[in-house]
Design a binder for this molecule. Structure first.
Ligand SMILES: Cc1ncc(COP(=O)(O)O)c(C=O)c1O
Length: 275
């Protein structure tokens, strides 16, 4: 969308949880004179880990720069006093995106972006034509803040969900899902041949299964995922993490209970045993 071209993207090495290494960012930036746009992530899609946003900000503070944080699902952690520290420094970003259709559980199409510099944002997003009817007074013309000129009132469901849950309700939802992710990890890790690959800090659990014949763990993990999908007790997908195939469990539904987790863990272990 920025039109800078993918060849101009420099990837910064990450640590074993997928977090951007700020020392590596600093040394990469030393060789770049032009303004930079740094994209960080709050909530790694595989591990749920958070880039060290305060450290990243410190690396770019002295130069013309823009820090964007993709918080599609991870930003919700900031709504919970228990998990808020994961997103430390996010308030220093120039822009942060989050999806309400993920952890807030509202229908699709509810992406939100927060931008520090309202004037630049509006200048980039507004379009004018002589036939347009514009707000007469100081009312906000929503079409001046988004890429489209027309759209349905997506904010309505977001408003309703936020009003219904309140700050405390959202914190409970986040904390509950994270607690359930830890419960799932602990249920699965009790069994031999099952390895949890990530530190379960949020709602993501990465699981790998050892092939009982001692041969192909990648293939066996893919086979277990296929069996779980067929079994239908729960749904989960696969991913590649550090070159290994892994089962990717995300817990984000408001209605998921401890019983669901226990039934799902049993189903997964059953699928890992069945021939
Ligand atoms: C971390 C992250 N960023 C961005 C996106 C893209 O969001 P959307 O599907 O709303 O375009 C996703 C979607 O899964 C995501 O998990």
């Amino acid at each position: 969308m920025l039109g800078l071209g993918s060849e101009r993207v420099v990837r910064i090495p990450t640590d074993n949880q997928g977090r951007m290494r700020s020392d590596q960012l600093r040394s990469t930036l030393a060789g770049i004179q032009s303004p930079v746009l740094v994209c960080a992530q709050a909530g790694n899609v595989n591990t749920g880990s958070f880039d060290p946003i305060s450290e990243i900000t410190a690396c770019i503070r002295e130069r013309p720069s823009w820090l964007h944080v993709d918080g599609a699902f991870g930003l919700w952690a900031a709504a919970s006093p228990t998990h808020r520290s994961l997103a430390q420094g996010i308030e220093l970003a120039d822009s942060v995106s989050v999806d309400c259709h993920k952890w807030l559980n509202v229908p699709y199409d509810s992406g939100v972006v927060f931008v520090r510099d309202a004037t630049s944002h509006q200048a980039a997003m507004s379009l004018h034509a002589s036939y347009y009817v514009t707000a007469l007074r100081a009312e906000r013309d929503n079409c001046n803040w988004v890429p489209e000129a027309s759209r349905r009132a997506r904010g309505f469901t977001v408003y309703a969900a936020l009003r219904f849950l309140g700050g405390r309700g959202i914190a409970e939802l986040i904390d509950r899902c994270c607690r359930l992710a830890r419960r799932m990890a602990s249920r699965l890790s009790e069994t031999q041949g099952v390895t949890i690959l990530n530190d379960v800090v949020l709602n993501q659990v990465l699981v790998r299964f050892s092939d009982p014949t001692g041969k192909e763990d990648d293939e066996f993990t893919a086979e277990v995922i296929r069996r779980v999908q067929e079994d239908g007790t729960c749904w989960l997908g696969g991913t590649t993490w550090h070159g290994m195939h892994a089962m990717r469990i995300s817990i984000s539904n408001w209605s998921t209970t401890e019983k669901d987790i226990d039934l799902s863990a049993e189903a997964i272990l059953r699928c890992a045993k069945s021939k």
